[in-house]
Design a binder for this molecule. Structure first.
Ligand code: DGY
Length: 317
């Protein structure tokens, strides 16, 4: 019997390829380090029944119309804003993603950004490199104490919950959140309080973004939003760069409307090396490393492969 062909658009932890091969699929992997051009991805998918892609592949209506024979698209990511779900559903292509396995790793990056910005990790490291560490200056490099402060979570799903849990445990932070639905676990376990967007903006000492990117959330952190935040607030985004408007964030930092920012996501990605945010004080930008641990990436590979295996065995990812 002919094997079912799976095309993988990026070299992933070996788990994915091994699991699919052991389950008797034919596996073809894009071997280059640079991302696949869309036309090549379409070409490669012509003879495949399943695509294992990543968050950087643009799976839009054009791609889906060119590959309507695909039975499943499994993405190596929890976010699927790069996939036109409506178009896939209309054509009848199933979509799988990798929730759960990257929750801890991503929350850790949000927590790390919060602490790093609050205590000037990057600014002070740069000072040493520039020979500016000359004597003890009691009034220099003063940071923000997080203990007892208010953490605002925008989008209280699994990752937002983990960020809140850590912040409560370590700094006894007061948790407020803005979310479509009530999160009963967060309210019960962490004493979290659901508030309006305006309350979230005006009351948060640290505002951490964990929502998915969609038509409702795109650019929601803009000039108007930043102007409602505390002058001492820290803005953290580990979700998607499209949720904040970059030039408005730069403006808010420059005009001291907010105190600092920590970003693991930018718009576009990769961020240009000349970007102003990279040299601003109290700003730390990371290159989208939320899920980047050995264990987490390997779990994501396992889940992305298993979504395909389950789909062909049981009819759904
Ligand atoms: C995800 O899985 O969505 C993370 O952003 C990593 O891409």
């Amino acid at each position: 019997m002919e094997k079912i062909k799976v095309f993988i658009s990026r070299q992933l932890p070996i788990t994915a390829e091994d699991l699919l091969s052991q389950a008797d699929f034919e596996v073809v992997v894009w071997q280059e380090e640079y991302p696949m051009p869309k036309s090549t991805l379409i070409e490669q998918c012509q003879s495949a029944s399943a695509l294992l892609c990543t968050g950087i592949d643009e799976i839009d209506a054009g791609f889906l119309e060119a590959c309507p024979h695909l039975e499943i698209i499994s993405t190596f990511a929890v976010g699927f804003d790069n996939i036109d779900i409506n178009a896939a559903t209309k054509i009848g292509i199933s979509v799988g993603h990798t929730p759960g396995v990257l929750t801890e790793a991503t929350a850790e990056i949000a927590f790390g950004l919060m602490l790093s910005v609050a205590r000037h990790f990057l600014d002070t490291n740069r000072q040493i490199g520039k020979g500016e560490w000359k004597y003890f200056i009691p009034t220099k490099n003063l940071g923000i104490d997080l203990k007892g402060k208010t953490l605002g979570i925008f989008g209280l799903g699994a990752i937002g919950f983990e960020m809140a849990r850590r912040s409560k445990a370590v700094y006894d932070m007061n948790i407020i959140y803005c979310n479509r639905n009530i999160n009963h676990d967060a309210e019960k376990q962490l004493g979290a309080k659901r508030v309006s967007m305006d309350e979230l903006l005006s009351q948060s000492d640290v505002l951490s973004v964990h929502a998915s990117l969609n038509a409702d959330t795109k650019g929601i952190f803009n000039k108007g939003a930043f102007s409602k935040m505390k002058k001492t607030a820290i803005f953290i985004n580990t979700a998607r760069g499209g949720l904040h408007v970059e030039e408005d964030l730069i403006g808010a930092l420059e005009s001291n409307e907010i105190w600092g920012a920590g970003l693991d996501v930018t718009n576009p990605e990769p961020m240009h090396p000349d970007n102003k945010l990279l040299s601003m004080p109290r700003v730390l930008v990371l290159p989208h490393i939320g899920s980047s641990t050995y264990f987490t990436r390997s779990e994501m590979a396992r889940l992305a492969a298993e979504n395909i295996i389950h789909f062909f065995r049981n009819g759904k990812p």
